[in-house]
Ligand binder design. Structure first.
Ligand code: 4AD
Ligand code: MG
Length: 432
């Protein structure tokens, strides 16, 4: 009896005849034998037919079939240590579902801009498949970690009336005659839900009208943002390192082989990602830059290059905490020991991946928060609900945001964020 199977589950069908549904990844002929590498979305497998194994029409089809044609094949599953994936299919039949001709992405090298134009097809390629798989497992790992640690998922709105992370990177849109902005961060709303549920997170798309054209910036990216009531800066670092260690470990466990084989990822660089991560004060990070001969003016924010130099001193992600209040957002709690600095933290990934997490402790004193809102010339009316959170049972609370694409890029060793999301949105790209 025929079994309909997925390539990822061939190990449980050894010796049986199966039917597979998929697309032609590649073909090859050698004498009287024809090979088709089939992909079905769950994996890749080499299928083989000799002239006498299938009908003449089927044998001809095997010789002429275009890359990415969709097919139904039947054959017997054989274990073969030499075959990629460890299994091979001895074909007994093949049916064409839909022919494809002149598939634009061939095994030869293509430029990135062409591939991005072809993103709707490029996602079928092997490397992209591995990256998307890692992204999937990173998302699942993040959710599991938070769900298992008492966090409630309470998603926050995308249409918002005000800014969270500074007005210069807001996307404005018309909302029935009023102005609305696409959310830069769910944090402010998380602060409300944290007072209702104690530990919460949101995980969704965020938008930044960044003018920067760097390999670390998307205009639309996904961010997970945990927020905790009755929690301080140390709690933020504890949860961050627990989550990052867990998710990196899980991605390596599930996808390690593919990461190494298809993306050339050096897994030893990920195996060091274990708690505790080093915790450096901003001042110590500046001293480190000065030791390395970098001409950095203390008091400013780090640029991408500075972050790389700081993280190069460590073989795992490093926390930099207590930045100058002046370079961080209005809601950051000043350090009671020195209010020129605030209880903020960034997590810098190794190998030049830079800031993957930003967070800290929020101002819980109403007077101070109102003063900061005025100083930043933010619209006081729009922030009334936010200051209410300090009017009714205010407590110290803290949280952070982890940028999914930066995290996935780091795990996969990509040199640009654009491959870490199915359909990237960049300053110069809105298609496909
Ligand atoms: O440091 P950011 O701006 O922090 C916040 O938005 C806080 N409100 C989060 C919080 O405390 N709940 O952004 C957080 C993270 C960054 O560390 C980075 O990983 C990512 O979001 N990120 C971007 N990723 C891709 N493209 C961009 N333009 C990004 N801007 C920030
Ligand atoms: Mg930041």
């Amino acid at each position: 009896m025929k079994l309909s199977a997925y390539i990822s589950e061939l190990s449980s069908h050894v010796g049986a005849e199966v039917t597979l549904l998929g697309w032609v990844h590649n073909t090859r002929s050698s004498g009287k034998i024809r090979f088709v590498i089939l992909r079905d979305g769950t994996g890749y497998v080499q299928t083989v037919a000799g002239k006498n194994d299938v009908s003449d029409e089927e044998f001809d089809l095997l010789g002429n079939i275009g890359q990415e044609s969709s097919v139904e094949v039947t054959g017997v599953v054989r274990e073969d240590k030499r075959a990629p994936g460890g299994y091979e299919i001895n074909l007994t039949g093949i049916k064409l579902i839909s022919a494809a001709e002149d598939y634009p992405i061939t095994p030869k090298e293509h430029g990135t801009s062409f591939l991005l134009d072809m993103r709707h097809l490029w996602l079928r390629s092997r490397k992209q498949h591995v990256v998307m798989k890692v992204r999937h497992h990173a998302i699942a790992g993040i959710r599991d970690y938070l769900n298992n640690n008492g966090f409630y998922c309470l998603d926050t709105p995308i249409f918002t009336p005000n800014a969270c992370e500074g007005t210069s990177t807001l996307f404005e849109t018309d909302y029935f005659g009023d102005k609305a902005f696409l959310s830069q961060s769910g944090q402010l709303y998380n602060e409300a839900t944290a007072a209702a549920f104690r530990r919460v997170y949101c995980f969704g798309p965020t938008f930044r009208a960044e003018k920067s054209k760097t390999r670390r910036h998307l205009t639309e990216f996904w961010m997970v943002e945990p927020e905790m009531a009755f929690a301080d800066l140390d709690d933020v670092m504890d949860v961050t390192e627990g989550m990052v260690e867990y998710v990196v470990g899980r991605c390596v466990d599930i996808c390690g082989e593919e990461l190494s084989e298809h993306l050339g990822r050096d897994l030893t660089k990920l195996e060091t990602v274990t708690r505790p991560f080093p915790r450096l004060r901003y001042d110590d990070a500046v001293a480190l830059l000065h030791d390395k001969g970098v001409d950095f003016e203390k008091g400013g924010d780090f640029g991408g290059g500075d972050e790389t130099i700081i993280s190069d001193s460590f073989d795992k992600p490093v926390f930099v905490h207590r930045y100058p209040t002046a370079v961080k957002a209005f809601y950051m709690q000043p350090d009671p020991d020195d209010p020129e600095y605030c209880l903020s933290v960034d997590l810098l990934a190794p190998e030049g991946y830079g800031e993957i997490v930003g967070g800290g402790q929020r101002i819980h004193d109403i007077k101070l928060l109102e003063k900061r809102i005025r100083e930043d010339k933010l619209p006081e009316d729009a922030f009334k609900w936010y200051t209410d959170l300090r009017r009714f049972g205010s407590v110290p609370h803290s949280g952070f945001g982890l940028g999914l694409e930066r995290f996935v890029s780091y795990i996969c060793g990509l040199n640009h964020l654009r491959e870490a999301i199915p359909f990237p949105r960049l300053i110069n790209r809105l298609n496909p």
